[in-house]
Design a protein around this ligand. Structure first.
Ligand SMILES: Nc1ncnc2c1ncn2[C@@H]1O[C@H](COP(=O)(O)OP(=O)(O)OP(=O)(O)O)[C@@H](O)[C@H]1O
Length: 358
């Protein structure tokens, strides 16, 4: 899939150009294709989320950005620089421009908070005075000014991740990579870390690229999203657009459980992908922008001339934009389905067929 026009007109922070990554293939073992041809642009200044199931290739993709992995073919450009073409010194310089935070924080247990944050600067050979001047505001930024002399074992998970974030920012990078950074945290702590990432993105103008299997994370902070499935990007765009009208079945499967109106499990588990005689269609309708202000549900009922049941509804928010979501059911006979399809076309109402059942 090639990048859409709107992405190409934005300044790219990272550009994946025909990137494949194969593992193995030695000693008679077949090679495993983890990335099967990625063309994707991560825009500068935005928070971009990459979502996908376990094993889809998320970690491999993000590790290509700071040269922890190299592509088997294709190119990864960071701010226009081809990562694959760098020598060791240039790679070290790139890694100062690209900070990274991890699910399990990766702090050094023998170093204090202050010294963990200072580490990348020590490695870069920065003098002690400059280090002190850099570390102090970072501890303030992440809310750990009073924990400078504490050790990681004395911190909560959220505080450890705050140290991880400050350490990643120490070299004043342009890009922050986040590898499941909130996956080990409880929901409340997750929210506070996401708030911090939002602040950093807004106030420092830092581009953030995060990978996660948590839809909530992307929904809360990412303005752009790409969905990866079996090594390919199968859908991408503005998070609001992708999440309110997911087109690919992987996106739909991942989202329907977590976004907008949720269906009770007993309904969900009985849904079929094709209607049988007497079945009803279960459809999620999404209201936003113009459609939010029109009495479309009443018109749908009138248009179908059939009984329409409302099964679930919710008001939700994606990357700060509100939308409403309603799950309805109606008979899945050909005449009603045809009328419904015409109605959706005429009104532009976003819908997702969840399945069929009784
Ligand atoms: N060094 C490696 N050698 C062989 N296979 C690998 C290697 N790294 C990753 N893979 C394989 O590539 C595929 C993609 O892995 P990757 O870690 O990128 O997925 P992921 O989407 O991040 O999954 P998860 O969410 O479970 O971390 C997996 O099938 C994995 O087993």
């Amino acid at each position: 899939m090639s990048a859409p026009i709107d992405q190409l007109t934005q300044r790219p922070m990272v550009a994946f150009e025909g990137v494949t990554k194969r593992f193995g293939g030695t000693k008679g073992q077949p090679a495993f294709t983890a990335l099967a041809g990625i063309d994707y642009i991560v825009p500068k200044g935005a928070i971009t989320g990459i979502i996908g199931r376990s094993g889809a290739g998320k970690s491999t993709l993000i590790r290509l950005v700071n040269g922890l992995e190299l592509p088997s073919s294709g190119k990864v450009l960071v701010d226009g620089v081809d990562v694959g073409g760098l020598d060791d010194a240039a790679l070290r310089a790139l890694r100062r421009e690209v900070g990274m935070i991890f699910q399990h924080f990766n702090l050094l247990s023998s170093r204090t908070v202050r010294d963990n944050i200072a580490l990348p600067l020590e490695i870069a050979g920065v003098d002690r005075q400059t280090i002190d001047a850099r570390v102090k505001p970072l501890m303030d930024l992440v809310g750990l000014a009073d924990k400078a002399r504490r050790y990681p074992a004395e911190l909560s998970g959220g505080q450890k991740q705050r140290v991880g974030i400050a350490r990643a920012l120490a070299t004043e990078p342009q890009l922050l990579l986040s590898d499941e950074a909130t996956s080990a945290l409880d929901p409340e702590t997750t929210q506070s870390i996401l708030e911090l990432l939002k602040t950093i993105n807004r106030d420092l103008g830092l581009t953030v690229l995060l990978i996660t299997h948590e839809m909530e994370v992307v929904k809360t902070i990412a303005s752009q999203v790409a969905v990866i499935d079996r090594g390919l990007i199968v859908e991408h765009g503005r998070t609001f657009d992708v999440f309110t009208a997911p087109k690919h079945e992987t996106t739909q499967a991942q989202l329907s459980a977590s976004i907008g109106a949720k269906l009770p499990e007993w309904i969900r588990s009985d849904l079929k992908s094709e209607p049988a005689p007497g079945d009803r269609a279960l459809v999620r309708l999404v209201f936003f922008g113009e459609t939010a202000f029109q009495p479309l549900t009443a018109r749908l009922v009138a248009e179908l001339g059939a009984d329409v049941n409302i099964l679930a509804g919710a008001i939700d928010e994606i990357a700060g934009e509100p939308f409403g979501s309603l799950v309805v059911s109606y008979p899945a006979d050909p005449v009603t389905l045809e009328r419904a399809s015409r109605f959706y076309q005429q009104t532009g109402l976003a819908k997702e067929v969840l399945g069929y059942g009784v």
